[in-house]
Write a protein that binds this ligand. Structure first.
Ligand code: ATP
Length: 230
């Protein structure tokens, strides 16, 4: 579904991605793991066209998007949930949900979203600012599900959240997968992703250093903890 090859990216003179190569298959949950500064966020932003200076290849469903604008990439069916979540404080939960444009058929209806996230239904009239961190994260993911995007790029969805909320987010991602969505996930929370993902890519200094399947993961735990410094 997504093929990233020889992806390079720069911020001004600073060369941050040095030939990222990886794939995400339809219906998979795939993670990018790595130390701070390894280039995980930059990879997601580069896929979405948000890093102006990038080279290589980003193919989605066979089509090349390396030179495309972010709005074109969004309309092709890629939805990005940034680390800062982007909830508008002056809008209600419901208004935040309705904000992103529908890009393709097959997105969840508001009723389906409320089914999946009962909290958001209860909070529909609350302003974005009144939400807890976990509710904001759920809202940020929910509104992408509504747009019809089929590939979700999630940047550290569990960051700063309490363990019980992290579990909720995990159940939600599992349910999203069950419904046929594909997820590329950047995470530091290793325990969280180890139960969730089909495959893991280890990112080191702007490159893929290793690929680990869910089956191979138990045997690689020590090695991974050392590499990730966790
Ligand atoms: P983290 O978990 O800390 O976000 P990461 O693996 O996602 O880590 P990136 O955020 O992609 O890493 O950062 C990769 C490198 O690019 C780092 O050295 C970082 O300092 C640098 N960088 C990130 N954003 C910018 C920016 N807007 N301008 C300049 N340099 C940046």
């Amino acid at each position: 579904m997504l093929e990233v090859s020889n992806l390079n990216a720069w911020y001004d003179e600073s060369h941050v991605l040095h030939g990222m190569d990886f794939t995400v298959g339809e219906g998979e949950v795939v993670t990018l793991l790595g130390r701070n500064g390894a280039g995980k966020t930059t990879t997601l932003k580069s896929i979405m066209g948000l890093v102006p200076n990038r080279k290589g290849s980003v193919r989605y469903r066979g089509q090349e998007f390396i030179s495309a604008r972010p709005d074109v990439i969004g309309r092709a069916g890629l939805g990005f949930c940034p680390e800062e979540r982007g909830i508008f404080a002056s809008l209600t939960v419901h208004e935040n949900l309705l904000l992103p444009p529908i890009v393709a058929p097959g997105g969840l209806t508001i009723a389906e979203i409320h089914d999946l996230f009962p909290n958001l239904q209860e909070r529909a009239r609350s302003p974005g600012t009144k939400l807890s961190g976990g509710e904001q994260q759920m809202l940020a993911i929910a509104r992408i599900l509504r747009t019809g995007a089929k590939l979700l790029l999630l940047d550290e969805p569990t960051e700063g959240l309490a363990p019980v909320i992290v579990q909720q987010i995990g159940r939600m991602i599992a349910e999203i997968k069950r419904r046929g969505f594909t997820v590329l996930l950047v995470e530091q929370n290793f325990r969280f992703v180890s139960q969730l993902a089909d495959r893991h890519y280890v990112v080191e200094q702007g490159r893929i250093a290793d690929m680990i399947t869910a089956e191979a993961l138990p045997g690689k735990m020590d090695d991974l903890h050392r590499r990730l410094g966790v």
